[in-house]
Design a protein around this ligand. Structure first.
Ligand code: CP
Length: 360
C-alpha cells in the first residue's frame, strides 16, 4: 500500500457546455483587453502575433549574447514567480520554459509528478492548480489529459485570483507553444527565401496522436499558399478534425504512405515519433515503421534548402548520421523553444516592449 487515495472528481457547473463549444467561440474567454491571457490552443495565434513574437524572440536571443544584455533581461520580471506543473514526462518543454523564466528573472517552483503533492491524499487537479495560483503569478502545465490546461484556465478565470496558464502539452490534443517554436524555426530556416509563405511541408509518422503536428497544422491558416503532405502508416493518419479545418481554410493537403516520393518535393520535413503511450491496443502496433524513417541516404534526394525538423524526443525516425547535415534543424529547433517561450512570457506580462526599446 502506498497510502494514495483516489483523486477527488469535482463537478463544475457550466464546464461541459463550455468544453463542447467551437474553439472560435471560446477564444475571448482566454484574453484580457484584447491580449492573450492564457495560452491554451494554437488557434489563438494570428499572423501579426506570430510575426511579433518571432521578432521579440530574435531580440531576446541577441541581448542574451552579452553580459549587459543578460542583465537587462533578468531585470524584466524579477518580481514575478512561475509554477512549472509537469505531471507528464518532459525534457525540453520543461527545461526551455524553466530557462526562459531564468532569462527574464522569474523565480520558479516545480512539481514533476503527483506523488509528492497532496494529490496523493485525493486533492483534485483543479484545487491543486488553484493552490498554485495562491503563490505564483504564472502556471505552466504539462498533463496527459486532453483539455486539462483549458479546464484549469476556465476554473481559475472565474476566481478572485486568476493567473495565466500556459499549456505545455495536454494529452494528444494540443501543444501550442511547440507550434510557436516550430513556426519560429521554419521562419528562421526560410529567412533568405521568402519565409514560410508558399512553402510545402511534409509531416511524417504518427499524425493521429501527435499533438505537435496537430497544433502546427492549425497555424498554417496564418501563411499564404502553404501545402501540407501527411505521410503516415494507414493506422496513424491525420484525424478528420484537422483535415476539416484545412479544407475550411483552403489549405491544400495530400495523404500518402510513400515517403520517398514526397521527399524531393518539399521545403521542410517534420518527423514525429510513434506515440505508443496513447495506444488503446499496443499489441496491434509495431515499435518502429522503417518506411517512415529519414535515413542518411535521403539527404541526397531532398532539396538543398529543405529543413529537417523533429519535436523530439526521437527514437529511430532519424538516423544519427543525419545530425551533422546543415539541413538538420532539430537541435536548433529545441533551443529556439527557449527563446520563443521567453518572448511569450515577456508578452504575457506586458514587458516585451522593454525588449524592443533596446533596439530603437
Ligand atoms: N517536444 C517536446 O514536447 O519534448 P518534451 O516531451 O521533451 O518536452
Amino acid at each position: 500500500m502506498d497510502g494514495s487515495v483516489e483523486q477527488t472528481r469535482q463537478t463544475y457547473q457550466g464546464w461541459d457546455e463550455f468544453y463542447n463549444k467551437n474553439v472560435d467561440e471560446k477564444l475571448a474567454f482566454f484574453e484580457v483587453n484584447g491580449r492573450l491571457f492564457d495560452v491554451i490552443f494554437a488557434q489563438q495565434f494570428d499572423r501579426p502575433f506570430m510575426d511579433y513574437l518571432c521578432k521579440i524572440a530574435d531580440m531576446i536571443r541577441l541581448l542574451a549574447q552579452t553580459k549587459m544584455g543578460q542583465e537587462k533581461l533578468r531585470h524584466l520580471l524579477p518580481h514575478k514567480r512561475a509554477m512549472l506543473y509537469f505531471v507528464q514526462p518532459s525534457t525540453r518543454t520543461f527545461l526551455s520554459f524553466q530557462n526562459a523564466c531564468y532569462i527574464l528573472g522569474l523565480s520558479v517552483s516545480e512539481s514533476r509528478g503527483t506523488s509528492t503533492s497532496s494529490e496523493v491524499k485525493g486533492e483534485s487537479s483543479e484545487d491543486t492548480i488553484r493552490t498554485f495560483a495562491s503563490y505564483v503569478d504564472l502556471i505552466i502545465s504539462r498533463h496527459s489529459e486532453a483539455g486539462f490546461a483549458e479546464k484549469t484556465a476556465w476554473v481559475l478565470n472565474q476566481t478572485e485570483r486568476p493567473v495565466p496558464i500556459l499549456n505545455g502539452g495536454s494529452g494528444p490534443d494540443q501543444h501550442p507553444t511547440q507550434a510557436l517554436l516550430d513556426i519560429y524555426t521554419l521562419e528562421r530556416s526560410f529567412q533568405d527565401i521568402g519565409g514560410l509563405d508558399g512553402k510545402k511541408i511534409a509531416m511524417v509518422g504518427d499524425l493521429k496522436r501527435g499533438r505537435t503536428v496537430r497544433s502546427l497544422s492549425y497555424l498554417m491558416k496564418n501563411y499564404n499558399d502553404t501545402t501540407l503532405y501527411f505521410v503516415s502508416p494507414d493506422i496513424f493518419r491525420m484525424k478528420d478534425d484537422i483535415k476539416d479545418f484545412l479544407k475550411k481554410h483552403n489549405i491544400p493537403y495530400y495523404e500518402t504512405e510513400d515517403f520517398e516520393s514526397v521527399m524531393p518535393l518539399v521545403d521542410a520535413i517534420y518527423m514525429t515519433r510513434i506515440q505508443k503511450e496513447y495506444s488503446d491496443d499496443p499489441s496491434g502496433e509495431a515499435d518502429t515503421y522503417p518506411g517512415f524513417h529519414f535515413k542518411k541516404k535521403h539527404l541526397a534526394i531532398i532539396q538543398p534548402h529543405c529543413t529537417i525538423m523533429h519535436p523530439l524526443p526521437r527514437r529511430y525516425e532519424i538516423e544519427v548520421e543525419v545530425d551533422n547535415d546543415p539541413r538538420a534543424a532539430y537541435w536548433r529547433q529545441e533551443r529556439n523553444g527557449m527563446w520563443i517561450r521567453a518572448a511569450l512570457i515577456a508578452y504575457v506580462f506586458g514587458v516585451e516592449q522593454e525588449v524592443s526599446k533596446e533596439f530603437l
